[in-house]
Write a protein of this length. Sequence first.
Length: 359
Amino acid sequence: MKNYDVIIIGGGAIGSSIAYSLSKRKKRVAIIEKQMIGSGASSAAAGLLGVQAEWDAEDPLFHLAQQSRRLFPKLQEEIRTLSGIDIGYEQKGILRIAHTEQELARIHDIMNWQSACGEVCEAMTMAQVQQIEPAVSSKLYGGVFCRDDGHVLAKDLTKGYAASAAALGCDIYEHTEVTQIIERQGEVCGVQTTAGMLETKQIILATGASNQPLQQHFEIEAIPVKGEVVCLHSYEPILQVPLFRERFYIAPKRGGHYVIGATMKRGDVTKHVEAASVQHLLNQAFELVPALQQATFKTSWAGLRPDCSLERPLMAQHATTKGLWCAVGHYRNGILLSAITGEYMANQLEEVTNTCNYV
Ligand SMILES: Cc1cc2nc3c(=O)[nH]c(=O)nc-3n(C[C@H](O)[C@H](O)[C@H](O)COP(=O)(O)OP(=O)(O)OC[C@H]3O[C@@H](n4cnc5c(N)ncnc54)[C@H](O)[C@@H]3O)c2cc1C
């Protein structure tokens, strides 16, 4: 029977990043993925590294997100060297736009505390916004330029982590589901999968929005929050940097693609895209950038963000079962947080502590 130092259940950005970090430390690692690498939320994501765009109030996760964003330039090089995959990292900033005077005042307040935390943000009038992005509607109220934020291609990042881990010796089992975690005398000893049994003394659940086997072992519930996205295409360049407004965004991607997202449907586990959601997203996009009306409709998709009942990620060893870990609940920011999660979990496993103090 095959034996590993660590078995990771789930091949999304979180599981694959942990596999990469552990493989760099010469651990014998396997990822078990019931579908294909990146087939969950991680391929649906817009890939924003939006520390400034996403955090409206300071919390421990904000500081972790800052650390994570800093890892991407080096990560891009490492993944390219090991796997040949380009993760599409761009650090040109994100423009936070206000539709009303109240919204503008609110994002200025946010800018003030973020600046005190070392972020480079810049208040902008509408004329200044249009100097950066002339296609943004002049009917808006100005914004804040979040200079340190950036974005990646989420699907390529996830595949890049996994392929780089594989290049360092990690085994990847796709189309293989973990059906049972096997324990003996308060310690894990292996997993039962649809392709047979594998032995290990360390198991990490990185199962995203799925509740199995999470709920059975950890007393938390994964809460899926469905997000629908529309993608347009234009050969004529329309935007250079992502625009962000109250959880809505338009992210320009290479090749003239514009990713417009996303809806937030808590508890909805379906994967289809509703016509009304497409209409809603496009209406918001056209209000912000009228020129997008002339772009070509390319495609749409949906994914399930993994929130959890703790309302923050859980990255910890089980309180009583030795060797059972989980890294779930990264919700809206799992792509951004993936880099630090990999390193954090690898450190925890090496130290084999029993805490989840990630601040
Ligand atoms: C529309 C949308 C837009 C988003 N935009 C952004 C963004 O711009 N920036 C950002 O940082 N984040 C974004 N996110 C959030 C981000 O996608 C998630 O936080 C992140 O992908 C979570 O990664 P994960 O590995 O935990 O989960 P997933 O990617 O869902 O991976 C979990 C994997 O576990 C597998 N699995 C589950 N159970 C088992 C089992 N028993 N056996 C084997 N395999 C199993 C699943 O098949 C799945 O592949 C977005 C999400 C959505 C839906």
